[in-house]
Write a protein that binds this ligand. Structure first.
Ligand code: EPU
Length: 417
């Protein structure tokens, strides 16, 4: 079992470079397989979700090279294959092969996806979208067989602006005859990145970044190349750390516009952030003010930063409220924060955080990826030693976390026992 051992309290100075966005690359890799040609993805983060996807791409017959952050996927020998439970449950994003394989081969056989246990996480919008395009779905023992004689452009309305459903339906509609419109589409920057790749391959998708996306079906996709956008969640996590421990901490590779809500809320606490070109300098602030946060779809405060932000709120003077509106179960880290000395009252979706409280090192669990980030931030500011177990979750989303933090002065190491 892998663990993180952190001796808290060290000041952080130097530079942290932000990697490519997890939630973008996990869709870009399946997207690349829509073509029968070579597709190149640059700025690919070295995270375990990428390794799992590479295994799936190989299972589907593609040749893959991954060197110096660049992933080359050669689809010239790619073929359809069943994606069994062993593969699909290892990550959430395996569900993107539903849309890709259905689109390309008119048949996808894949088991239900995995991912963090942060709520029930149904995939009904994806499936309804496929059906509206003309597909038939058979579910047996957790395995989905999705087939279509032909896929036809249609109009799809999403009850919720789901990131996964928007992307998966776009994939399924790429080769459909005619035009598909997705209403109430997700607007996250990751969607724009994925559409840039699709269009570089010859797709005809417009409206990415707005809530209506139009896909005009094409007959063939060609070669393509894309750079993964910087991970706004990784950047946001390190900006929070800088606010608590920074001494001219430079965080490089940040697109400020992608973090609008987070920056506004941090500034409301009194955070000291100086943005210059593509980087930000962050300095510790001794007296932070309490704020209320409510997670929302983009451009609202991202659900993936609610948990690390809740750790920062333990250091703010006064009462802060944190309301999670996307998932039903994003508060599993709260008991661990309380064990470390925080004063938080919480139910499944709401937390009242009473600050400021001094945190002390304990053995705690990373119950999911962003809960793990919250515990990492807590360990970094706590007095004494924090041991975080189940850190496989953290390694799914934060590339080279130990090196990145050690290089700026943190006392953090990964052990395996
Ligand atoms: N939903 C449905 N039915 C569906 C799809 C979604 O009811 O068919 C509901 C979900 O239950 C949830 C809400 O809609 O309540 C949002 O789900 P969404 O589909 O937007 O999330 P996702 O695509 O499964 C992606 C990221 C998440 C991130 C969310 C929101 C990937 C692989 N995952 O999830 O990332 O929190 O968008 O931005 O891209 C993470 O990185 O820690 C993470 C969980």
């Amino acid at each position: 079992m892998k663990k993180l051992i952190i001796n808290g309290g060290n000041e952080l100075s130097g530079t942290i470079k932000i990697g490519g966005a997890k939630n973008s690359v996990v869709a870009l890799i399946p997207a690349a397989m829509l073509s029968d040609e070579v597709v190149i993805i640059d700025n690919v983060p070295n995270i375990s979700d990428v390794q799992k996807l590479i295994e799936m791409v190989k299972l589907l017959g593609a040749e893959v090279t991954y060197e110096n952050d660049t992933l080359i996927i050669d689809n010239r020998k790619s073929k359809n294959a069943e994606i069994s439970e062993e593969y699909s449950t290892s990550i959430r994003a395996s569900y993107y092969f539903m849309g890709v394989l259905l689109s390309k081969y008119k048949k996808a056989k894949i088991s239900y996806p995995g991912g963090c246990v942060i709520g029930s996480r149904p995939i009904d919008f994806h499936l309804k979208g496929f059906e509206k395009l003309g597909a038939k779905i058979k579910i047996e023992d957790n395995s989905y067989t999705i087939t279509a004689e032909e896929l036809k452009g249609t109009e799809i309305y999403l009850d919720f602006a789901s990131v996964g459903a928007t992307i998966n339906i776009m994939f399924a509609a790429i080769y459909a005859e005619g035009t598909t419109k997705i209403y109430n589409a997700a607007k996250e920057p990751e969607i724009v990145n994925i559409v840039s790749l699709l269009n570089s391959m010859g797709a005809r998708v417009s409206g990415a970044g707005t809530d209506v996306i139009t896909i005009k079906g094409v007959k063939k996709l060609e070669r393509g190349r894309i750079e993964v956008i910087p991970d706004r969640i990784e950047a946001g996590t390190y900006i929070m750390l800088g606010t608590l421990l920074g001494n001219n901490l430079k965080i490089e590779g940040v697109i400020k516009e992608h973090l609008g809500a987070v920056i506004a809320k941090l500034q409301e606490t009194g955070a000291d952030l100086k943005f210059v070109e593509n980087y930000v300098i962050v300095n510790k602030v001794e007296k932070l003010k309490s704020v209320n946060i409510i997670t929302k779809t983009y451009p609202g405060f991202p659900t993936d930063l609610g948990q690390p932000m809740s750790t920062l709120l333990t250091q703010c003077e006064g009462i802060s409220k944190f309301e999670e509106t996307i998932y039903e179960n994003r508060m599993r880290h709260i008991p661990h924060l309380n064990e470390m000395g925080a004063n938080i009252e919480a139910d499944n979706c709401n937390a009242k955080i009473i600050g400021k409280t001094n945190l002390v090192g304990r053995e705690v669990i990373a119950t999911d990826l962003r809960a793990g980030a919250a515990m990492m931030v807590a360990g970094m500011i706590a007095k004494g030693t924090t041991i975080i177990t189940n850190i496989e979750h953290i390694l799914r989303g934060y590339e080279n976390i130990v090196d990145k933090l050690s290089n700026v002065g943190a006392d953090i190491k990964l052990i395996e026992d």
